[in-house]
Ligand binder design. Structure first.
Ligand SMILES: [Zn+2]
Length: 291
């Protein structure tokens, strides 16, 4: 199914739908993850074509069809998806079976949360991105997961460290057991920020060399992915267990939506993460035969 490598991620194609997965996690059993691309959906105009948001003005029936196609190809079940309203803050919400569908098939309720966590197999966490960083966390020992959305606000508010702490307090996870993946996001060379952002970044409990680069005239380049990685390490995680996707949403505007690259005229990607239901014999569900 895999036919191309982008950064450190595999670009997988199935039934016209493409999605990215961390190559380093290809041998990982018991958990499934993916990041959608623009390819394989039915949305039109600047939503073209795999927009996964109901809240940006796209036609509802198109988004429904996009979810159907994406889940069939990537091996997820639409009725098991859970998402929240992302508000660039740091709340990590614990979800379970009764929350399934929220924000996707059931849009009557949508709680504010920029991060989701669960220890319930089958429950599929979904966050939305178009430049902002998806942070995937797996604890293979305690069998729990978390998925967070980190734009610059979430990053400088240390949502990465807060997610690690949430897994520790809710499920007893030891930071050194966690593995993490930092998915497609805007790269340092594409992400110029001003003094407001730099000032907040300087308050973080990590060094910023290799993360924040001064350009002059109050402008900086900000490496969101590395910043989140260093915050995970600061929270006790092992550097060797953190994989950087190395895929830029703006450099790859042909394949991915970029907020900055389009002045906001774009759809969104979904980041997906699940503990497989039939684990450790979970390979069946990985191949997308669950519908
Ligand atoms: Zn870039």
């Amino acid at each position: 199914m895999t036919d191309e490598r982008i950064g450190t991620m595999d670009l997988c194609r199935k039934d016209g739908v493409s999605f990215l997965r961390f190559h380093e996690w290809s041998g990982l059993t018991g958990f499934s993850h993916a990041f959608s691309t623009r390819e394989g959906g039915v949305s039109e105009g600047y939503f073209s074509s795999m927009n996964l948001s109901y809240y940006l003005g796209d036609r509802e029936e198109n988004v429904d069809e996009n979810y159907r196609r994406f889940c069939a190809a990537a091996g997820f079940r639409t009725e098991k998806l859970v998402s929240g309203a992302q508000v660039h803050e740091t709340r990590i919400r614990e979800v379970g079976l009764t929350d399934c569908g929220q924000g996707v098939t059931d849009r009557s309720v949508r709680e504010e949360a920029d991060g989701l966590c669960t220890n319930v197999p089958g429950v599929t966490l979904v966050t939305y991105h178009a430049d902002c960083v998806p942070l995937y966390f797996i604890d293979p020992v305690r069998k729990c997961i978390a998925l967070s959305h980190a734009g610059w606000r979430g990053t400088v508010a240390n949502i990465a460290g807060i997610t690690v702490e949430t897994l520790r307090s809710r499920y007893g996870s030891r930071p050194e057991d966690l593995i993490a993946g930092i998915g497609p996001c805007i790269c340092k060379d594409c992400y110029e920020v001003d003094e407001t952002v730099a000032e907040k970044a300087r308050l973080l409990p990590i060094g910023l060399s290799g993360i924040l680069f001064e350009k002059g005239n109050g402008k900086y380049l900000f490496d969101l992915a590395r910043c989140n990685r260093d915050l995970m390490i600061r929270a006790g995680m092992d550097a060797d267990r953190i994989t950087l996707g190395g895929v830029c949403t703006m450099c790859r505007g042909d394949l991915l939506y970029s907020h900055r690259g389009t002045g906001g005229k774009r759809g969104v990607h979904g980041a997906f993460l699940r503990i497989d239901e039939s684990s450790p014999n979970g390979n069946e569900r990985k191949e997308g035969k669950t519908q």
